[in-house]
Design a protein around this ligand. Structure first.
Ligand SMILES: *[C@@H]1O[C@H](CO)[C@@H](O)[C@H](O)[C@H]1NC(C)=O
Ligand SMILES: *[C@@H]1O[C@H](CO)[C@@H](O)[C@H](O)[C@H]1NC(C)=O
Ligand SMILES: *[C@@H]1O[C@H](CO)[C@@H](O)[C@H](O)[C@H]1NC(C)=O
Ligand SMILES: *[C@@H]1O[C@H](CO)[C@@H](O)[C@H](O)[C@H]1NC(C)=O
Ligand SMILES: *[C@@H]1O[C@H](CO)[C@@H](O)[C@H](O)[C@H]1NC(C)=O
Length: 405
């Protein structure tokens, strides 16, 4: 779901309103949130700046709590002239690991060369290797909030000003895309004495529980990018065919969509999850259309709105649902999944795991359940994707993962 918006930050433009968090669902594409920039062939991992660690406060809003933890950050000082200091560029980390590759590439690095900026990237608390607590128990997640994250940034800025002995004229410029885009805007609003300006790229500023507009943007992007209604018509037709065949011939859908278990064993939530999964694959296609992020497998570089819509609208190739299934199979291959796992229970089980892992799905889920919502429901595009993943399905997930409030 990790989906929101901007001004051109990192040398690519998002077409869509943000997608926040979505990539984290089980059986879904794992490349959902803002990934690393495309790698230059001649650049090896050992050229990247090393991680540094900052002693951060656990709870900025308690005067008696003196607990500290180590927050990860990266610095590129190459463009900076300490005798004639330029601005400080601060890339705000989001709902996934910070990535050192951003320290050498991206639009902000091009700007840094022009302005002789000092570049710093700070990882968001509870993501990547920035672990404020021993585990991710619901109790421990009480310190995970955008307010704490903003206070982390403010305290970090003050400490760096001391560390680098920066004078009061130094200008901090915050950068962020998607959720960090929101943070960038909020940081400037909340701490104007510390932050001179912010570049808020695709930042969703309105927390909305039922974010039904998301799929509207997805559908509009198909129209606008192809200049025709045909792709939307075929997609709608495919979903209608799937719904009909789920009643008359579920075996064909099982086979074409390569599901891991038969629908006869599926619960109501499994079915909702199935429809949500196939809709999400299309949403990912649109959200990351023709971006320039690192792609592990160049075979899938041609998976774009135009090529997929062309396939869907081809007069040959059988009924619409089969063509959608072909796209679905490509996504499974691309993400190395042998079958489409639409099991609700295994998704919930994964999200209940309180051990630190790399992805951050549980953490983002916590943030959506407690502060943002941002649920990309089917309610805005019932005609195209059916009406299977409504708000109550997402609220149910919050309760099943973290317990009823
Ligand atoms: C900073 O980025 C530039 C441009 O990519 C790179 O050449 C340089 O090695 C980087 N410096 C550090 C300390 O990583
Ligand atoms: C999680 O961490 C807390 C300490 O922060 C500890 O008390 C608790 O036992 C841990 N839970 C598990 C299941 O390890
Ligand atoms: C992308 O290219 C591969 C092989 O080059 C081809 O098999 C596949 O159908 C193409 N995908 C689309 C969506 O055109
Ligand atoms: C899938 O597997 C290939 C080959 O093992 C690997 O190069 C690629 O990174 C994997 N892709 C994902 C998304 O895990
Ligand atoms: C919980 O997550 C950790 C880290 O990703 C993993 O190693 C472990 O196997 C998971 N535990 C269960 C019960 O799935």
């Amino acid at each position: 779901m990790y989906r929101f918006l901007f001004i051109i930050l990192l040398s690519f433009t998002f077409l869509v309103v943000v997608k926040c968090g979505r990539q984290f669902r089980l059986g879904r594409s794992k490349g959902g949130n803002l990934g690393a920039p495309g790698e230059e062939e001649d650049r090896k991992i050992h050229d990247l700046p090393p991680a540094q660690w900052f002693q951060q406060k656990l709870d900025h809003f308690s005067v008696t709590d003196s607990r500290r933890w180590k927050q990860r950050y990266f610095v590129n000082e190459s463009f900076y002239d300490f005798k004639n200091p330029g601005p400080i560029f601060l890339m705000i980390g989001g709902e996934g690991p910070a990535d050192a590759r951003w320290m050498v590439k991206g639009a902000w690095i091009e700007y840094a060369k022009i302005f002789n900026a000092l570049c710093i990237q700070l990882e968001h608390r509870y993501y990547g290797e920035s672990h404020p607590t021993k585990n991710l128990s619901t109790k421990n997640l009480q310190y995970l909030s955008s307010n704490q994250a903003l206070a982390d940034l403010a305290y970090f800025i003050k400490s760096m000003n001391d560390k680098y002995k920066l004078n009061r004229q130094v200008k901090w410029i915050a950068f962020g895309g998607s959720y960090p885009g929101s943070l960038a805007a909020w940081l400037r609003l909340k701490y104007p004495h510390l932050v001179h300006a912010s570049i808020s790229s695709s930042g969703p500023l309105l927390a909305k529980v039922n974010f039904m507009e998301y799929f509207k943007v997805v559908v509009n992007a198909l129209r606008e990018k192809t200049g025709s209604e045909d792709c939307v018509t075929q997609l709608k037709l495919a979903h209608q065919q799937i719904e009909t065949m789920m009643k008359t011939d579920p075996g064909s859908i099982e086979k074409e969509f390569r599901v891991c278990k038969p629908f006869s064993k599926a619960t109501k939530n499994d079915i909702k999850n199935f429809y949500n999964s196939i809709a999400d694959d299309f949403a990912d296609l649109v959200q990351y259309n023709e971006d320039n992020r690192i792609s592990a497998d160049t075979r899938y570089k041609n998976l774009t709105i135009n090529t997929v819509c062309q396939m869907l609208t081809e007069p040959t190739g059988g009924p619409a649902y089969k063509k959608l299934a072909v796209f679905n199979a490509m996504i499974l291959d691309k993400t190395n999944q042998t079958c489409l796992d639409y099991s609700y229970d295994s998704m919930i089980k994964e999200l209940r795991n309180i051990t630190w892992g790399s992805e951050g799905a549980r953490q983002w889920m916590y943030q959506t359940c407690t502060e943002f919502g941002f649920y990309q429901t089917s309610s805005g595009e019932v005609e195209v994707f059916g009406n299977h993943f409504t708000l109550d399905f997402f609220i149910q997930q919050c309760q099943d993962v973290f317990g009823p409030k």
